[in-house]
Design a protein around this ligand. Structure first.
Ligand SMILES: Cc1cc2nc3c(=O)[nH]c(=O)nc-3n(C[C@H](O)[C@H](O)[C@H](O)COP(=O)(O)O)c2cc1C
Length: 165
């Protein structure tokens, strides 16, 4: 085997998972950010975690109001998912700019994309400093699924979003 860097390893593990982290902005609207670094943590109780750069606007939002929904986007919005990873909610309304259709989630002010295969509604339990990222550890409140939506993954070092087929 050849010695490689961790970013090179993430290319070799391609396709990697991809989520849209949905948070609430101070004006009540929803912000979407593309995140590959997420994982299930526990089934009893239900817990998940994801890592975001310390500078991300989404991180600021979830640290403020402790609420977040992670979605697995459907293939119909693959290009928009890439777009949500290329700009920040700090100065951009990504939903309007990218024309993403949204839907309501019961008992939540945060909305999610209409084309979502899975949605995991969470409250933030704690966050831990991990190098240049924070790891957000979340309690899962409700989970929703729609098998009709085809899952997408991040390919070739996060440069492409598409299904496995
Ligand atoms: C395919 C893909 C995967 C990404 N995965 C992550 C990730 O796991 N963690 C992270 O902090 N940023 C990730 N990003 C970058 C963020 O989406 C990007 O920094 C975004 O601008 C953050 O938006 P925000 O400032 O509105 O939170 C990814 C981007 C793409 C395109």
């Amino acid at each position: 085997m050849n010695k490689i860097s961790l970013p090179q390893a993430s290319k070799l593990t391609s396709p990697n998972p991809v989520t849209l982290v949905c948070t609430q902005k101070p004006d009540g609207s929803t912000n979407l950010a593309t995140v590959s670094w997420w994982t299930y943590l526990s089934y009893n109780p239900n817990m998940i975690a994801y890592a975001m750069a310390k500078t991300s606007y989404s991180g600021e939002m979830v640290r403020n109001n402790k609420k977040v929904i992670l979605t697995i986007p459907g293939a119909a919005i693959a290009d928009e998912v890439m777009g949500c990873g290329m700009s920040t909610g700090r100065d951009t309304d990504k939903i309007a700019k990218l024309g993403i259709e949204m839907q309501e989630v019961p008992n939540s002010e945060i909305k999610i994309p209409l084309h979502s295969r899975v949605a995991i509604k969470c409250s933030l339990k704690e966050f831990i400093e991990t190098g240049d990222h924070y790891l957000y550890i979340c309690n899962v409140e409700d989970v929703y699924g729609n098998e009709q939506e085809e899952a997408v993954f991040a390919w070739n070092g996060y440069s492409q979003i598409r299904p496995t087929k």
